[in-house]
Design a protein around this ligand. Structure first.
Ligand code: SF4
Length: 349
């Protein structure tokens, strides 16, 4: 996975490694751990690079980046770097030592939320394994592994998860079955077909798994791609299936660069984000939901579906498709009374 080409930039660790998660609304986790500041996998659509954890240390990161690479830091175009955290395992140890009472019973901890806990640097240094052992020994959290690395399907990791099967649920985010597309957009991760194989290996070993069809770009609506994608993750063996369209985090121009100018996707991104055609994004997010819902209903896993929808992007003419909001988790900031700010969606609540 190209780890040799990656420049390691080290900055100070945050005060606490285990933190409250913002993924409660997504029903994914109440707590989270991140062992890196910036993931070395370099997905162009990554929503993390625009996050607060980068903003709050932007100057430090920019300075360290410029010193290492001799150029200006662009948070959306970082190239082949990983930003590691000095003494992250010591910080985790200290945090666990400071807890007097057992921690995490009945709660889920995301491993990881803003970065990938199975990125090559962490694996090479043994940080992933050591952190997981500490979390197993010193907490009672159920650990939700989320990764784009197929390494979790290798025998040594299967054995590790099997030895603690009551503590883990493992997911690989897979938004497409197209390996060629992925090589351009998710530059250094395992390719989707390897991730599917890894998921199957975990499922065949009886390890709890979940589906993470995120993000799905409009191309999956072509032909039966999205149906094949759903079948590939074997929803009957998943605890739940999350799914999400692409949501722009001020990085659409970087994602568009992955497509040939004038191609269908290049034009789509230009229309939606440069020309403000919100209706096109709404049509796509609605079509994704309809196809997911139809397949989930006919194959009997509707109760497992968790469609993450920033509903402020849905136009009134599409809202009726979400009638009943079955399997939909609304993600936009609500009104004070808890209802959606999108009047057409609020009418369905
Ligand atoms: S693997 Fe996840 S955290 Fe890492 S760059 Fe890709 S989307 Fe971002």
């Amino acid at each position: 996975m190209g780890s040799n080409r990656i420049t390691n930039i080290e900055i100070d660790s945050d005060k606490n490694v285990i933190q409250e998660s913002t993924w409660g609304k997504k029903e994914l986790a109440e707590y989270k751990v991140d062992l890196l500041k910036l993931c070395g996998f370099g997905c162009t659509y990554c929503s993390s690079n625009g996050g607060m954890h980068i903003s709050m240390q932007l100057q430090t990161i920019s300075d360290a980046f410029t010193e290492a690479k001799g150029k200006k830091f662009d948070r959306y175009d970082v190239g082949d770097i990983v930003i590691t955290l000095k003494g992250v395992l010591d910080t985790l140890q200290r945090q666990l030592d400071d807890r007097r009472r057992p921690w995490g019973k009945g709660k889920t901890l995301a491993f990881c939320q803003l970065t990938d806990g199975f990125s090559p640097h962490l694996l090479r240094t043994g940080t992933t394994r050591r952190a997981l052992e500490m979390l197993i020994d010193r907490t009672e959290f159920r650990i939700r592994v989320l990764t784009k690395s197929a390494i979790v399907g290798r025998p040594e990791w299967i054995r590790f998860f099997s030895d603690h099967a009551d503590r883990f649920v493992v997911g690989l985010s897979i938004g497409s079955l197209n390996d060629i597309w992925a090589r351009c957009v998710e530059r250094l991760t395992s390719v989707p077909t390897s991730r599917v194989k890894a998921l199957h290996a975990l499922q065949d070993a009886g390890i709890p798994t979940y589906g993470m069809l995120c993000p799905m770009f409009p191309e999956v609506l072509d032909g039966d791609h999205i149906e094949r994608l759903m079948e590939a993750i074997r929803p009957d063996l998943c605890e739940h299936v999350w799914a999400e369209p692409f949501n722009d985090r001020d990085n659409w121009e970087y994602v568009r660069k992955c497509y040939f100018e004038g191609s269908t996707m290049w034009n789509w991104m230009t229309d939606v984000y440069e020309n403000g055609r919100q209706d096109l994004w709404s049509d796509y997010a609605t079509a994704l939901y309809q196809r997911l819902k139809s397949k989930a209903a006919s194959d009997g896993w509707m109760k497992k579906l968790r469609y993450l929808l920033y509903e402020d992007g849905i136009v009134a003419s599409d809202a009726a498709a979400f009638e009943g909001l079955d399997g939909v988790l609304l993600q936009s900031k609500p009104r004070l009374d808890g209802r959606s700010r999108n009047k057409a969606i609020a009418a369905l609540q």
